[in-house]
Write a protein that binds this ligand. Structure first.
Ligand code: G3H
Ligand code: 13P
Ligand code: NA
Ligand code: ZN
Length: 328
């Protein structure tokens, strides 16, 4: 059944687990997520970016989601807009059946420029007021995702922010977080703690210098009842880098967020964990493998079936490690 993010995260908080939010753009990613959820009896958040809506079309995405919900009646699903950039994006998502939206006011509408605090409060408050009138949930974001190693924003919304960011911008301030949640009444808060979008998060296995789990702990201490969201939470597993590179890929060595750090985060109030890159790598790794091992193959299903299986295994692992399994 389709449920809201608020319903799901309230349950997760009560029972001390985290919920992965996997991005989708097509049917195959949807089937991989739902088959994994079914296998371990887990609820899930399925999210679509603005890019996904453009890629598949709003109506196609809506019907993919509805098809998945109908095919897997025992699995609670929240359908979430990832990184909404303005009121229009959020309201049109709700109109197409999304039960939850992210209003990302940490950046201006262009999704490149870090915004003023007052702008962020104002736009998030207005979206929350409207969404709540029609029963949808809202995620806000305070702080800009980006690397504490380089000060680069990485690929927030795929477009890349301008200029170097300071530690002040890259780490959410706990006192400001209290003020933000009070003023906006958002249902969940995305925080910045040194993670960034995409595969190239860290140049080495992260420690507390470059992945500030202590920031999450400090926010949770001041906002114990707020559902925290970790973006850029792919672990960029070595086995998937190796799978891609063993079959003609050229990904430079890189490091993501270790799953055990996310497990620690879940103990500190993280309830929604955003993962896109790992799923992309699972799919691409199998595409490359099939293409290399069977150069005569041209039936797309012969690529899609192993790709879905690889992604499904990854999703299942996250449901198990985040404690989501068994809570459907
Ligand atoms: O926010 C980042 C997600 O990975 C979505 O990426 O905008 O390329 O669909 P996208
Ligand atoms: P990754 O690029 O680490 O998968 O992060 C995805 C994300 O935060 C989507 O909002
Ligand atoms: Na989101
Ligand atoms: Zn994100």
């Amino acid at each position: 059944a389709l449920i809201t993010m608020r319903q799901l995260l309230d349950h997760a908080a009560e029972h001390g687990y985290g919920v992965p939010a996997f991005n989708i753009n097509n049917m195959e990613q949807g089937l991989a997520i739902m088959n994994a959820a079914k296998a371990v009896d887990a609820p899930v958040i399925i999210q679509a970016s603005r890019g996904a809506r453009k890629y598949a079309g709003d109506l196609m995405l809506k019907h993919i989601m509805m098809g998945l919900v109908e095919m897997f009646p025992s699995i609670p699903v929240c359908m979430h807009q990832d990184h909404g950039n303005n009121m229009g994006t959020c309201l049109s998502a709700i109109r197409h059946g999304f039960t939850s939206v992210m209003m990302d006011g940490s950046l201006e509408e262009d999704m490149k420029t870090p915004s003023d605090y007052d702008y962020n409060v104002d736009v998030t408050r207005r979206v929350t007021e409207a969404a709540h009138l029609v029963g949808a949930s809202v995620e806000g974001e305070l702080g800009v995702l980006g690397s504490l190693e380089t000060g680069e924003a990485g690929e927030e919304d795929g477009s890349g922010a301008v200029g170097k960011l300071s530690h002040d911008q890259l780490l959410t301030d706990p006192d400001q977080a209290v003020d933000f949640v009070m003023k906006t009444k958002c249902d969940a808060l995305a925080i910045a703690c040194g993670t960034s979008h995409g595969a190239y998060k860290f140049s080495r296995k992260p420690d507390g210098e470059i992945l500030a789990m202590s920031t999450i702990e400090a926010i949770h201490a001041k906002l114990p009842d707020t559902h925290l969201v970790m973006h850029g939470s792919s672990s960029v597993p070595q086995y998937l880098q190796d799978l891609i590179n063993a079959h003609g890929g050229k990904m430079p060595q890189t490091y993501g967020v270790p799953v055990e750090e996310i497990e620690r985060g879940i103990k500190m109030g993280v309830r929604k964990v955003n993962i896109d890159t790992d799923c992309r790598m699972a799919i691409t790794g199998q595409f490359r493998k099939i293409a290399m091992e069977h150069p005569d193959e041209f039936d797309p299903r012969k690529f899609m079936i192993p790709a879905m299986a690889e992604m499904q295994a990854l999703c299942r692992d996250r449901f198990e490690r985040f404690g989501t399994a068994g809570h459907a």
